[in-house]
Design a protein around this ligand. Structure first.
Ligand code: ADP
Ligand code: 5GP
Length: 186
């Protein structure tokens, strides 16, 4: 089974990246999902160390200064970054690692790891994206508005990516993602 070692998954907030990745991980436990550090507050049900490492600004700044992040960005008023050690360790062990990150981070990875496979997930429409953000029901109106504003800019950058997938029907998207990752597209 041939698979790229570093995979970047990007797309506007609410498009379904997290949902896709948790299903993908269930089907392929050998895939490693990078756990990011963030200064955002946990949403109800999010677990420190599993969904994110929830840290304060000071600690985030230290991680930048100590070069502990593979990439980082400010998004909708919070900082997000990929701790580099787990990624490097997993790749050393022969595992493929998926980074679920936003556009600025994906652009940094393109420079530092040009061989990474970069996938962009699109919504079927802007209306559906807004519906999904609201359906998730975990962000404030202000946070939703910020995310929708950023989505316009992010969607314009979709053509920069190696692969674009529209997440309309979840199962279809999952199957397309599997086909791309495991190189068995018919
Ligand atoms: P992201 O991680 O990209 O911010 P989420 O995975 O949290 O997005 O998904 C946002 C919402 O959209 C969730 O309520 C999720 O259940 C829903 N969702 C995800 N994919 C689909 C899909 N293909 N069709 C309908 N709803 C979806
Ligand atoms: P959320 O707050 O909805 O969990 O995430 C907001 C955005 O930050 C999403 O687009 C998500 O992909 C992105 N993100 C999560 N972790 C990282 C990271 O480590 N680096 C970057 N650049 N973006 C991230």
């Amino acid at each position: 089974m041939q698979i790229s070692k570093l995979i970047v998954l990007t797309g506007p907030s609410g498009v379904g990246k997290g949902t896709l990745l948790s299903s993908l991980r269930q089907r392929h436990p050998e895939l490693a999902l990078s756990v990011s550090a963030t200064t955002r507050s946990p949403r109800p049900g999010e677990i420190d160390g599993k969904n994110y490492f929830f840290i304060d600004h000071e600690k985030f700044q230290q991680m930048i200064e100590n070069r502990e992040l593979l990439e980082w960005a400010e998004y909708a008023g919070n900082f997000y970054g990929t701790p580099n050690l787990p990624v490097i360790e997993n790749i050393k062990q022969g595992k493929s690692v998926i980074l679920e990150i936003e556009l600025q981070g994906a652009r940094q990875i393109q420079k530092t790891f040009p061989d990474a496979l970069r996938i962009f997930i699109l919504p079927p429409s802007n209306t559906e994206l807004e519906r999904r953000l609201r359906k998730r029901g975990q962000d404030s109106e202000e946070a939703i508005a910020k995310r929708l504003k950023l989505a316009t800019e992010e969607l314009e950058a979709a053509t920069e990516f190696d692969i674009r997938l529209v997440n309309d029907n979840l199962e279809d998207t999952l199957q397309n993602l599997e086909a791309i990752l495991f190189n068995c597209r018919e």
